[in-house]
Design a protein around this ligand. Structure first.
Ligand code: XMP
Length: 319
């Protein structure tokens, strides 16, 4: 039960007291939690903060540009932008098992992050966007997806390897409090209220082997879906919405010709806790518009389907 402006000041003072004159590194993902940590730390310690943003080639359309725009250009945060697309794609080549893909993406992230951190010998702290539910989750089960999620997002093991102290300024906050804090710190509403995005990104939304050309098609289809959801005022009524690339070809017609191209599935769910979820009953007119736009604008996709599976028995992601 606290008041936000006071909380902001308290949080800032606490960080200053903890960190003193030392330097801090933060892995900025573009997600809500790490974004709020970046804004808070920048406010508290300014130039003592360096963020590392790793583009793994599996981000959403223009995501890297948006992160650089918001943090580096608008707020003046020091952000090192690493384009590691080639490295991630190289290691994912020929790999189609979902858990194997997750492991590779997590491992390569640690690799890239570590290499960047070693270029900052003055850093003494590693900041992470751990929030209260993460703390509870990791106190419980040591296996299963909850742990996988946490270990990717919050790069477990890194502080020890890098010999850094851990700074977790959101540790006591629930998600809605993190969002309020983000708004109080001046972050854009679209960033603070963005749907969650899994650590492995499009890597688990391209079924089977991940390829850069598939990721490029998927990014464009996904962006159209999200644009139209926002335009129809459905974005905030869904908990998560995205496109999935199916590496399956089907026949279509275009003009006088026959096409033989890939399929995209649309997924939109409503949920309180992401443990169970309902598929969103989006208006047919909205689905129709999204489908038309994807097929007309994204050459390489000639069929769009809508996923009407609940969780359980399906999961929210397809892998
Ligand atoms: P599922 O597909 O298990 O997803 O119903 C539940 C929630 O978890 C997210 N998710 C992940 N997040 N790394 C993450 O950081 C992962 O490997 C991962 N797998 C699923 C998913 O997007 C949904 O919000």
């Amino acid at each position: 039960d606290w008041n936000m402006p006071d909380y902001v000041n308290e949080a800032i003072e606490k960080v200053r007291a903890q960190v003193g004159q030392e330097e801090v590194i933060l892995g900025l993902s573009g997600g809500v939690d790490s974004s709020v940590v970046a804004a808070l730390l920048h406010r508290a310690i300014g130039e003592q903060l360096t963020c590392v943003f790793v583009d793994n080639g599996l981000l959403r359309l223009n995501e890297a540009e948006q992160v650089m725009e918001t943090f580096a250009r608008n707020l003046g945060v020091k952000v090192i932008h690493v384009d590691a697309t080639e490295q991630f794609m190289g290691h994912l080549k020929g790999v189609s098992d979902p858990e194997a893909k997750r492991k590779i993406i997590g491992r390569e992230f640690v690799e890239v992050f570590q290499a960047e951190a070693q270029k900052l010998p003055n850093a003494r702290w590693l900041a992470q966007g751990t929030i209260y539910p993460d703390v509870i989750e990791s106190a419980g089960s040591k296996t299963g997806k909850a742990h996988t999620i946490k270990s990717h997002h919050n790069v477990g093991g890194l502080p020890e390897t890098l010999n850094l102290k851990l700074l977790e300024p959101l540790r006591e906050l629930f998600k809605d409090e993190v969002r309020e804090l983000g708004i109080a710190l001046g972050l854009p509403h679209e960033m603070v209220y963005r749907h969650p995005f899994p650590g492995p990104g499009l890597g688990v939304r391209i079924l089977g082997e991940v390829r850069k050309d598939f990721a490029d098609l998927l990014r464009r289809a996904d962006a159209i879906f999200i644009d139209e959801l926002r335009a129809a005022d459905w974005y905030d009524k869904t908990s998560q919405a995205f496109a999935v690339f199916l590496p399956v070809k089907s026949v279509g017609v275009m003009g006088d010709g026959r096409t033989y191209e890939y399929v995209v599935a649309l997924r939109a769910v409503q949920t309180q806790d992401f443990m169970t979820a309902h598929w969103a009953e989006l208006p047919h007119s909205l689905l129709g518009k999204v489908s038309n736009r994807i097929i007309n604008e994204v050459r390489g996709i000639n069929r769009v389907v809508y996923d009407i599976s609940g969780k359980p028995p399906a999961t929210i992601e397809w892998e």
